[in-house]
Design a protein around this ligand. Sequence first.
Ligand SMILES: [Zn+2]
Length: 422
Amino acid sequence: MLQSTFFISTGRAAIAAALLLIGTALAISSASAAERQYYDILYKTQLDPESGLADVEISLSGAQLPTQLTLHLDPDRHKNLDGDSLTIEGENAVWTPKGKQDSIHYQFVIDAKKSSGSYDSRIINKWAILRSDKLIPPISARAPQELQSRATLEVVTPKKWNTLAPYVKDEQGIFQLKDPGRRFIRPKGWLISGRIGSRQDIIDGTDTVIAAPLGKNIRRQDTLAFLSWTLPELKKVFPQFPEKLLIVMAGDPMWRGGLSGTRSLFIHSDRPLISGNRTSSLLHELVHVGTGIRGDHESDWIVEGIAEYYSLQTLRRTKGISERRYQQTLEALKTWGEESPNLLVKRSSGPITARAVWVLHCVDTAIQEASDGKQSLDNVVTSLAADRGKVTLKKFRTLVNKAAGEEITLLDREFLEGKKKP
Ligand SMILES: [Zn+2]
């Protein structure tokens, strides 16, 4: 057994550090797969529409357990924590599992609203829609190097409810969780439970499910058809697109837009597949699922711009919109973007994202011209999606210049801040 322990966190930077540590530890010990030991994590939750709460039990079992787990709580939603070997330290719960089996309990407040007042998490007497990565908070684990987790999620519901999450279920209806690259596995992505209807198909190798509460005005089949001609095109740019995809739809009072999650997304059922301005919220969120990137304090425009640009590109490439309409949309976004010349801000939306699309279009053209058509923004975006995690202006610029084979001045800071013309 190795003496070294390390820390796994859901933070990308910490992951990178942990991977570095794994690498170092492996080099020193040359620990082989045969030496690996496993313990089991069972996440069991009971959804209760009466109280609006989910009872959660996290149980560990195995010959050896992690020495310490730190749960990073949301104090408004994770309540009444209980466990023999649990201490609360501010917004963290520190669990030092004992013996070969140990468990903790808590309650999770399911209903949550976004700032606009509409729900992004909700339970009523007929259904529940929530994110499993909120239900189970981020957890940092301290464990010996060779110790690995296997994890399952069991959702107990009122009678006649069905539950879907972007994971395979076994014969007992228990989700078999996967989280490649993580040693401490926890569920992620959207979860829908209740009296629901769903449509499923394999689209270009991705097991795609569209699910929504039973009722009228939910276009599951239309949505599936739309994906069957757009997803394969999108997957050319994102070859590592998940093998499982869950799309959750619902009407008011849920959030009136789209919200992406791991291998899944939520979209309000009133959203058209293609809007009047020829953009698509559904494709926008799908690009987020495909890239898995997030911005730093000044690069959200890259994340949002890519989502919007590739939703538009995908429609154009699949002939959902004509070349003429595509050009018109670009021009309209360019004009709108003039309202907000500075891209280097914390959050990109509205005119900032519109300007981001125009800038990315120009960058795309510049790469193609500089490389005699051999490279395009596709190559840059494919690389970003392969790395996932945080994107910075520096990283983006490096990839763009590499694809172009020369310096692309469009990515000068002063131009991006709207202080000068390229
Ligand atoms: Zn977005």
